[in-house]
Every structure is written in structure tokens, then in C-alpha cells.
Design a protein around this ligand. Sequence first.
Ligand code: F6P
Length: 521
Amino acid sequence: MWDKASLHELIATRMSGYQVIVVANRESYMHRSGSGGSIVCIRPASGMASALDPVMRASGGIWVGHGAGDADRSTVDEFDHVAVPPEDPSYTLRRVWLTKEQEEGYYHGLANEGLWPLCHITFTRPVFRPEHWAMYREVNALFGEAVLQEAGDRPSFVFIQDYHFGLLPRYLKERNPNLIIAQFWHIPWPNREVFRVFPWKEELLDGLLGNDLLGFHVRYHCQNFMDTIDRTLEARIDYEQAEIVRQNKTTLVRPFPISIDFERQEAMAASPEVEQEIRHWHSELGSRSQFLGIGIERIDYTKGIPERLRALDRFFEKYPEYRGRLTFFQVGVPSRGHVPQYQMIGAEIDQLVEKINWRWSTPGWRPLIYVKRHFSPVEMMALHRLANFCVVSALHDGMNLVAKEFVASRFDEDGVLLLSQFTGSALELTDALLFNPFAVDEMADAIHQALEMTPEERRRRMQRMRAAVRDNNVYRWAGKILSALVKVDAADPVGAPSGNGTAAQVGPSVSPLLAARSFPA
Ligand code: F6P
């Protein structure tokens, strides 16, 4: 089984001498101004950042990310570096600064108004503006320069995260062919019919083929990506080997289902801090009703929050015996509030909460509690442990780590997970109650089934889900990605510049990908 130690060993033995550079728009730790001139360090609400943080703690190295916190500048050194995590510094965060115009075009615009709805296909129309694309290119180059600076002439493995950086791999490869570059696309990849409307598809796809390895959560998204390349670019595609060759450069395309640090989540969920938080929430919520359901996510139209609220409304209509007995606690973490579609979904949720509470509330009981703010991991774990059930009703999600976190927190082997069948997690967590979030009655009935389930069945299901998340943890995810890079067939010097004869340098246990490059002494 993969754990922190085995990942550490893999890096030490198979990638020795290499520094690890992660590039992600979202930084893993953010500094914000607190009250009375203080500075607080928070962990942003990002499944990607939560998953990568333990990997970075195990591997050391550098995380290059956007310095988005209002106190970020006052906490870095002259190289824009800060050691994190604050309580146990294990790796370096290198902050990249963006102007408002760059943030608007690259992050809010191209990434979140364009690629995000395009890839999720949740019936929110993508917006493509040339000025956003120009900023996307500019910011990819800006991050590229930061990575090249950090890498210097040292052998480096660059691990890029997500759809913010479609052009970065090619940019880096052209300037430093010695870099080993992998990218993980944390969101779905749509089918080629959907993707063909993207106005700058040739350039984006060519950018992605600068990677040595490109990962998606599930096989289906790898297939969609290869089909999209097939339709759009001149390239040789080997569906059997899952690799694409363009201009003598090979890119492996592989599924790697992301996960969490199960052991750490489980241990933290049992900590005295969480116990104390449970007491707090218990006194807040405990007397209000017999059952507690929870939902925790960023306020995002892909998460299916209005659909879930409508299902709760239907549930109280269909199952009157639960009126006064069930409270649903929804955490909505504010997200991307600058983007109009996010303002609209926020307003829709507010209206639904008001309407449903108005409809069903009785003296002393409200069916919905909606809290809009950032929640710390400790607060979230307390809610996980208190809940009778947790709802994840994403309309489309590459993976969804809230589902896995809930399962890992439940060391008591109780609680029911209600999970959208359109999440990557549904392929692994088959003991959840799976439903179609677009079908209001189906979700209402799943809530009913969760509440009526016997303790024995709850335990059986939770045990199996916990075993799945324990085995397929985030160290396995990172370990598999690194192993794919180092275990390339020696006969096929992937990534080696064509005709340079460097395959001859390859030793028996050394990857051609690593060995094919000659680094300055
Ligand atoms: O996993 C997808 C993702 O976009 C991450 O890249 C990101 O950190 C997370 O969702 C939250 O979004 P944001 O960073 O835009 O707040």
C-alpha cells in the first residue's frame, strides 16, 4: 500500500537528484489580513490544493502559484518564497504576482468563463473573448518564466496542475528540453464534438502536447482527449498504448484517479480539536432535530446545489413524517464571485433557501441552515462526524474529494454517502447511494433511503468505501504518476529528441525519460 514513506522512497531512489516543481494557479497556503493588523494563514477551498499538499510535504520542492491573498506579499522573502506549511515547513511556496487585468483575463475569463463550463458540460454557456485568451497566453508565459528561474540548470520534474496552464508545457519544453513535464487535468475532458467550439483549440492542444505525461481522472476523459487530438491536429495516436506522437515528441495519456491522505484525514478527524468542534456544533444543531444532513462545497454551478435543495423540498413534500426531524446544513464557500455566472448561482441558492425555509419551518425548527464562508478542515471534519448523511450532487465532476473526505472522517463506520453518478468518485465509491442529480424524485428518494437504512447496512457500505479510499490514497495517485514517468519501456525513448542516439545511454533500471537527457554538471 502506498503511503508517505513509499512515495518518499520512490522519489529518493528513482528521481534522485531531481527537484520537484509543482505549478498550480491556486496556492496551497494563503495569507490574509486578520483583525487588529494580524495576518492569518488559511488553506484555500480547493480539492486540488488539499490533495497536492501532502505530496509536497513528502517530496519537498517548490510550489509555484498565484499569490492571491491580500497579505501574501508581506510574508515572502526577496525571491517571493515562503516556507510552508507554517506549523511544519517542508516545502517552498513561490508566489507569482498578477495584475488585476491579468487575473481578469486569464483566471476569471479564459479559465473560468471559458474552459470550466466547456469541460464540465453543465449547460452553462462558455464565454470566449480574444482579450481573455491574450491574457491566458501572457500569464502562462509569466508562470513559465518563474518555473525556468526555479529550475535553473538543475534536473527538474515539473508537475503542472489543471486547465489554467494549457500552454505552459510547450512553453517550458521549447526553452528547456531537459525538463521532465507532467500535467494533471483535474476537471473532465469533454468529447470532441463539444471541444471543437473552442476558438483557439489548435494552440491549446499543441501546448498540452509539450507534456511528457498528461493525466486525467478517468479513462473516458483520456479517450475524449485522444479523440479531440485526432480530430484537430496532425499527430499519430496509439490508442492501445495511450500515447500521442507529434513532431517526434511523445505524450503519454493516462488515467490517475486522485484521492486524499486517508490516514491523516482519519487521524485528524479523531483529534481533540475536532472533538471540541463537535461539541460546539452539537450545542448549535443538536437540539434542533433528530437527523442531520450535510453538504460542503464551493458555490459553483457544477456542484448541483440548487438541484439538491429542490430535492430536499420534494423530500419534505413526499415524506411528511420527517418534517421537524431533519435539518440540512449547507456550507457554501464563496468562490469566483467576480464571474457573472457565479453571482447568478449564488442568488439562486439564496432564493431557494429562503423559499424552502419559509415553506416548511415551524416554531423551533428550520429545515435548512446555510452558512456562506470559508470552513477550516477541523470544522468540516466535525460536520462529517455529526452527519447522518452527506450529499454530493455535482452535475459533473472530474473526481470530487468531499465524498472521499467524508468517508475517511467516519472511523466510526457510520453515516451514509449520497453521491452523484456523474462524479469520478462514483466509479470507486460504489457503496454510496448513487443517483442522477437532474432527477429530483430520485434524489429525494435517496435521502429517504439514507434515513431508513439499517445500522448494519450503513456499516457494511461504509467499511467497503473506507477500504477503497484507504487503498487508493493520494500517495498512490502521485506514486503512479511518477512511476509512469520512470517505467517507460527502454525500447521507446519517450521524449528523447529524435535521432540523437541518446537511447544508448539508458541503463536497465533507469527510465529513458530521465536518462535521455544530459544535464549540465
Ligand atoms: O480542481 C479544479 C479546481 O479548479 C482547482 O484547480 C482549484 O484550486 C479548485 O478547483 C478551486 O477553484 P479556485 O482555485 O478557482 O478557487
